[in-house]
Design a protein around this ligand. Structure first.
Ligand code: ADP
Length: 283
């Protein structure tokens, strides 16, 4: 018994309807291929997509001289509330005030009718999170090198009354020479009065200071602690166990670079780019 319906003769496929834009709510239209400010003074060619974060998308652009930059784009439609605007202005104000070799250089910011743009130093080697995913672990000399640069940037920020509040592997970028560049000042704050302590609970649970960690709801924290840092400690020297939950007892940045972990082991002068994919041989 023939139960199959005979195959229909091939018919011309109907013209496919225009593809609905994926997540049209969360994915706003791309910025123009040629990004210009309102005066036309600044012009950048959008050449690639670098990544997206909580509220911005980041593109690789080229300026009129052909220099490559990163361009962080925030749609004006996402800045409808006063809170969102204040947050972005704070990020811009803080980031543009900082100039340090280990902080992503903030070049400029401008707007067109649809977006606010921030042009930033391009970090061609991605983030430490990307690198750790590929490598699984860093060697101790690499960790020392990266930490010394990060501590230098933190010291500079603290001297300028800036606290970043979201230092984590995904916000630590690498330039083409494998130098650390602290980025994403979206949660940064300015300490206006000496000794002032910010009370907002923010940051990322895996990296949060223990005294802040004790305040948030445990269910939120537990949901998000399946991450990278724990396995970092498994193979490390015993020095790394010297963590303390009382902030007044914690080592200062100076104490940290004076610690045996840094003083009793080699700190390489640079990390070769081969470290992207495998442990470098520093010998
Ligand atoms: P958000 O503030 O929305 O979290 P981020 O500043 O973290 O946005 O940027 C989102 C992503 O864009 C990053 O994870 C990274 O992949 C990429 N990115 C951001 N800044 C740069 C940069 N200066 N150079 C290269 N890539 C970058």
């Amino acid at each position: 018994h023939e139960t199959h319906t005979p195959p229909k003769p091939p018919t011309k496929a109907p013209p496919s309807p225009p593809l609905p834009r994926q997540n049209s709510k969360t994915a706003p239209p791309s910025p123009p291929k040629v990004i210009t400010d309102k005066t036309g003074r600044m012009q950048f060619n959008r050449v690639g997509f670098l990544g997206e974060g909580g509220f911005a998308r980041v593109y690789e652009v080229k300026d009129s001289r052909g220099s490559r930059l990163a361009c962080k784009v925030v749609t004006k439609s996402s800045l409808k509330t006063k809170k969102a605007k204040t947050k972005l202005y704070a990020e811009i104000k803080i980031h543009r005030s900082l100039q340090h070799p280990n902080i992503v250089h903030f070049q400029d910011c401008f707007e067109d009718n649809d977006n606010v743009y921030m042009t930033l130093e391009l970090c061609t080697s991605g983030s430490l999170m990307d690198m750790l995913r590929r490598r699984r672990r860093f060697t101790e000399p690499e960790a020392r090198f990266l930490m010394v640069q990060l501590i230098g940037a933190c010291h500079y920020m603290h001297m300028h009354q800036v606290i970043h509040r979201d230092l984590k592997l995904g916000n630590l970028f690498l330039d083409g020479n494998m130098n650390v560049k602290v980025g994403d000042f979206g949660l940064a704050a300015l300490i206006e009065n000496p000794g002032e302590r910010k009370k907002t609970i923010c940051g990322t649970p895996n990296y949060i200071a223990p005294e802040v960690f004790l305040i948030p709801r445990m269910d939120i924290v537990l949901r998000s602690t399946r991450g990278v840092p724990r396995h970092l400690f498994r193979r490390a020297t015993p020095h790394l166990a010297d963590l303390t939950p009382d902030p007044s007892q914690r080592p200062t940045l100076h104490d940290i670079v004076d610690h045996g972990f840094f003083t009793q082991g080699p700190v390489p002068a640079y990390i070769p780019t081969s470290a992207h994919d495998g442990p470098p041989d520093f010998k």
